[in-house]
Write a protein that binds this ligand. Structure first.
Ligand code: ADP
Ligand code: ADP
Length: 222
């Protein structure tokens, strides 16, 4: 599903964020991405979502070589990748329903289909009853679940999450990780950047660790 081949990413003012990075993630795998702050985790995820392009090397996602992807095909690529952020990036003045519907509205789906899919996604994250609420009325854990519903509403084969539990306490973090596990069980490929080593080491998934922009280790927790 994901293949990095000798990928380098250099930001003009900052030097190398990723150096000679190679790894593969198979379709259906769930993996964690760990490493200290500044190790390159966000950069790696942004390359997958095509928010950035590699300076050198190849990034292949779902059979597409992203370095060679014409700009007009970027929106189509982004629909294949559900992205979840630490700060969830919800629109504060829109309802839960409208926030989750956004990617489908942008994709031009019909009214009825949008309603059906949004409710299915909200049901998956346990928030069907809150569709009319605005994000400020929700708890931090609920807000993140709305962010997750928005990421999966278009049924992307791949979901990447950047510190999705960074603002949550341990109980809520576990709840979010269990939710990811459920997506994994139905065949979604997931790559989750996290500092939450307590949770990572208790779950039986692959763990890629970055140090200073390089792949330091690639292992399973148990
Ligand atoms: P992590 O997610 O592991 O904290 P990042 O990918 O955010 O790491 O950062 C890796 C390195 O790249 C850091 O040195 C960071 O300062 C730098 N960096 C990240 N984004 C940018 C950017 N947009 N412009 C310049 N430097 C950046
Ligand atoms: P922005 O709205 O930030 O200008 P762009 O669509 O221009 O976004 O670019 C998104 C990212 O992809 C940027 O990091 C940009 O440098 C890079 N990029 C865009 N087009 C190309 C290209 N043809 N070759 C290499 N990198 C590109």
């Amino acid at each position: 599903m994901i293949s990095f081949e000798h990928v380098h990413k250099r930001y003009p003012e900052r030097g190398d964020a990723l150096t000679d990075l190679s790894f593969e993630l198979q379709a259906g795998e769930m993996a964690f991405l760990t490493g200290h702050s500044g190790a390159g985790k966000s950069t790696l995820l942004r390359l997958i979502g095509l928010l950035e392009r590699p300076t050198r090397g190849q990034v292949i996602v779902n059979g597409r070589n992203l370095g060679a992807l014409p700009r007009r095909k970027i929106p189509q690529h982004r629909r294949q990748v559900g992205m979840i952020f630490q700060d969830h990036r919800l629109l504060a003045d829109r309802s839960v329903f409208d926030n989750v519907a956004l990617p489908l509205v942008v994709a031009g789906l019909g009214h009825k289909e949008i309603g059906r899919r949004v409710r299915a996604a909200l049901d998956q994250v346990g928030l069907l009853a809150r569709e009319r609420a605005t994000p400020v009325a929700l708890s931090g854990g609920e807000q993140q679940r709305v962010g997750i519903a928005r990421a999966v509403v278009g049924r992307p084969p791949l979901v990447v999450a950047d510190e999705p539990t960074g603002n949550l306490d341990p109980d809520l973090s576990l709840e979010i990780f269990r939710l990811f596990e459920r997506f994994h069980q139905v065949g979604v490929t997931l790559l989750i950047a996290t500092h939450d080593l307590g949770l990572v080491t208790r779950m039986p998934y692959r763990r890629l660790t970055l140090a200073d922009g390089r792949l330091e280790s690639d292992s399973r927790s148990r």
